[in-house]
Design a protein around this ligand. Structure first.
Ligand SMILES: [Ca+2]
Length: 442
């Protein structure tokens, strides 16, 4: 009965799952049924896996990673299946203009939300970089539209391991690539066991709301994904050289890659814990009055301000990076119109970035309906983003105009603005989510 249920799920959610079951016969079916019972995260069921038990790589599901990356040329010939493992051989050999060769495999079918896990032994050695990661591309030459100009593309690095660090240190993270490049998050974990000596599980849970990283079943980090670009992706299991003097031979072993999905109702139950934890990290998201939360990156006229993803996975805008005399105000300001429903007196708060290195040098001003706030922002003296208060302003119902003015022309960064009728409210941490309508009727 469980097999029937599993088969129905995989037909409807993850088409290639059934292909696997049909290809490898009764033994794999039994394995799949058992793994449903062993789903590593509450609410999830297995939807697809490759246990690498076949005599050769299933090229209906996988393509080889081929070509130059960093210090090595990746070859299909370096990838093989042996005793139930996918093995990537790392070699010193002259090929394709490089003196080192690595390899990897990439899924041919895109995957979506779910939990993904590999079991791997990372014995590449010095100078090699092993990884389980995802991107919207199924190859660097992939014409997939997710790679199109201005497409917001997310890379998830479930684990990366660099042999030159040591055998215990792994990193993980997510990166947004163009048009707002930057780290959504980055972290690392130091393992007690030697990652090169045995198999360990590396997993990530990708959802519309959060991204979880796991090592050997241990939750390493929960990242807020609300507002972060999301799309289906291809899985990459790969090993390349990052050092020209990488060790002369090494091997990376993958025991399996497994994909799990969760039903909407199970997800609604599961997500509560993680969303509550993330919201607690945001600080207060509402005052006792009327709040206008305004993201700087939503300003309709940005002029020379550029949008970037910065620490704490916030989207921000950044001004000029070097001073030049003679720039006029239209070059220095970002401007937006916001529609206000409730007229009144509002207190201004601005979330800016400062640095402990040369604090107070990346500065900007905020102008509300032509009146400049007395505070200059980017001067709070703490490392990272913080809120600064900026006086009170009268807002009329209807159209109001805000400017962010680049007063230092030197790496000024603004995350968001709060205008609130609660004059005693003090925002902290990330704050609330955007709740205003912007318009370009200026
Ligand atoms: Ca922002």
């Amino acid at each position: 009965m469980k097999l029937v249920i599993h088969a129905l799920i995989c037909v409807s959610i993850f088409g290639i799952a059934c292909k696997k079951i049909q290809l490898y016969g009764k033994e794999s079916r039994l394995l799949a049924v058992n793994m449903v019972n062993d789903a590593p995260l509450d609410g999830y069921v297995l939807s697809w896996s490759d246990e690498f038990n076949a005599p050769a790589l299933d090229t209906t599901n996988w393509k080889y990673r081929v070509g130059v990356s960093q210090k090595s040329y990746q070859r299909a010939a370096n990838v093989r299946l042996d005793s139930g493992k996918l093995v990537i051989d790392l070699k010193t050999e002259n090929f394709g203009g490089k003196s080192l060769t690595g390899g990897g495999i990439i899924t041919k079918t895109a995957s979506g939300y779910g939990y993904y896990e590999v079991s791997a032994r990372l014995d590449g050695g010095y100078g090699w970089h092993e990884a389980f990661w995802t991107t919207g591309m199924s190859g660097f030459d992939d014409p997939n539209p997710i790679k199109a100009a201005n497409a917001r593309m997310l890379e998830i690095d479930c684990f990366e391991h660099y042999g030159e660090y040591d055998a215990y240190h792994l990193t993980y993270g997510a990166i947004e690539w163009g048009p707002y490049p930057g780290n959504v998050n980055r972290g690392y974990h130091t393992s007690t066991p030697d990652l090169s000596a045995g198999y360990h599980t590396y997993g990530f849970e990708y959802t519309p709301d959060y991204l979880n990283y796991y090592f050997d079943g241990l939750l390493l980090k929960t990242v807020d994904m609300r507002g972060v670009p999301q799309h289906n992706f291809y899985m990459w299991l790969s090993a390349i050289a990052t050092k020209a003097d990488a060790t002369s031979s090494g091997h990376v072993y993958f025991d399996y890659v497994r994909a799990y999905t969760i039903s909407p109702s199970e997800y609604n139950t599961r997500k509560t814990t993680f969303i509550n934890a993330l919201d607690a990290q945001r600080g207060p998201m509402a005052s006792g009055g009327t709040d206008l939360w305004i993201e700087a990156e939503d300003f309709v006229q940005k002029s020379n301000w550029t949008t970037e993803r910065d620490v704490q996975n916030s989207l921000i805008i950044k001004g000029f990076t070097s001073y030049s005399a003679g720039r006029d105000s239209t070059q220095l300001r970002a401007r937006t119109g916001i529609t206000v429903a409730t007229a009144g007196t509002y207190k201004l708060w601005v979330r800016s970035r400062d640095f402990t290195t040369a604090p107070g040098t990346r500065k900007f001003k905020v102008i509300v309906n032509g009146i400049t706030s007395p505070t200059e922002y980017g001067t709070h003296g703490t490392d990272g983003y913080a809120w600064q208060s900026g006086g009170t302003f009268t807002l009329a119902a209807g159209q109001n105009i805000l400017d962010i003015f680049d007063s230092s022309q030197y790496h000024a960064r603004c995350d968001k603005i709060l205008l609130t009728t609660d004059l005693t409210f003090i925002p902290s941490l990330i704050g609330g989510v955007s709740n205003v309508l912007h318009n370009n009727d200026l």
